[in-house]
Write a protein that binds this ligand. Structure first.
Ligand code: HEM
Length: 114
């Protein structure tokens, strides 16, 4: 697949992942199953398209900034579940989501190396 297709899948699934993650922080409890399914699928698409880009643009050569993005992805992917379990922590979870998004996006443009 062309890198452009991976770029599009990466960004669209990121919008879905973050949108539903923030929704999870305030959504009624009965939406849990549906929202966990949507964020789960979006999360997998972010990962697969991310690795598609690593393969297509960087010839599968792994760099530090990609590993940092993987950490941010892991953190964001865990937030939906926390959102439903810890209702009182919505504010803190939202801040964590914003910090993780800022970290992952910064990595693309700063590309720190060892
Ligand atoms: C919280 C999770 C993530 C966020 C917010 C995020 C965000 C972004 C953004 C905004 C871009 C630039 C737009 C684009 O080129 O399509 C991008 C590109 C990219 N992402 Fe992600 N990403 C995340 C997770 C990942 C993961 C898990 C990987 C896999 C290691 C990954 C690998 C890449 C690569 C290789 C690029 C292309 C960089 C380039 O064009 O030089 N991303 N990401």
């Amino acid at each position: 697949m062309s890198p452009s297709v991976y770029h599009i899948i990466h960004l669209v699934s990121l919008f879905v992942l973050f949108g539903y993650t923030f929704y999870a922080f305030a959504a009624p409890a009965e939406t849990r199953k549906k929202v966990l399914m949507i964020t789960g699928i979006a999360s997998i698409l972010v990962l697969v398209s991310g690795f598609g880009l690593v393969s297509r643009i960087y010839g599968n050569k792994f760099e530090l900034w990609m590993i940092i993005k993987l950490g941010a992805w892991l953190g964001v992917s865990a937030l939906t579940g926390f959102g439903y379990r810890r209702r009182g922590a919505a504010g803190v979870l939202a801040i964590i989501a914003i910090v993780l998004a800022a970290t992952a996006v910064s990595m693309v443009y700063l590309k720190p190396a060892l």
